[in-house]
Design a protein around this ligand. Structure first.
Ligand SMILES: O=c1ccn([C@H]2C[C@H](O)[C@@H](CO)O2)c(=O)[nH]1
Ligand SMILES: [Zn+2]
Length: 139
């Protein structure tokens, strides 16, 4: 992926931190999901007083896209930190990795973990979810 696109995704994910609703943990996460056509779907984490219904930023972005008929995903950029302060990578939780497995090719889908535009690393879904169970297992 081009560096300009990586930087755009990082900027977009960071902007989502303002919308993150986290009165309980204070841990703010932003996501920017890139489709193969070049569209970007955004997401933030949304907490709940009953805790369990909390939705992660990554799944917010993925479900927004899927609910609009879009499933051809190329990459997702994730940023996060306590009180929105970005000091280290916020890696996706196991549930989000599994949701990515449902819609993304584990060999090619790129997960960009970023602190800022100077510090980021790119992983494939396969690297973050080795031996994942997905739709192809049910064929
Ligand atoms: O993959 C993850 C992991 C956690 N969170 C959120 C959920 C919760 O609001 C907060 C603390 O777990 O971080 C995400 O958005 N994405
Ligand atoms: Zn998650």
């Amino acid at each position: 992926m081009e560096k300009t696109m990586i930087e755009k995704l990082i900027d977009t994910a960071i902007k989502q931190l303002d919308f993150s609703y986290t009165p309980y943990s204070g841990f703010k996460v932003g996501a920017a999901l890139l489709t193969k056509k070049g569209e970007i779907y955004t997401g933030c984490n949304i907490e709940n007083a009953s805790y369990t219904p909390t939705n992660c930023a990554e799944r917010t972005a993925i479900f927004k896209a899927v609910s609009e008929g879009v499933r051809n995903f190329q990459a997702i950029c994730i940023v996060g930190g306590k009180n929105g302060v970005l000091t280290e990578y916020a890696a996706p939780c196991g549930v989000c990795r599994q949701v990515m497995m449902e819609f993304c090719d584990p060999e090619t889908f790129q997960i960009i973990l970023a602190v800022d535009k100077e510090k980021y690393d790119i992983f494939t879904l396969n690297e973050l979810l080795p031996l994942g169970f997905g739709p192809s297992n049910l064929l």
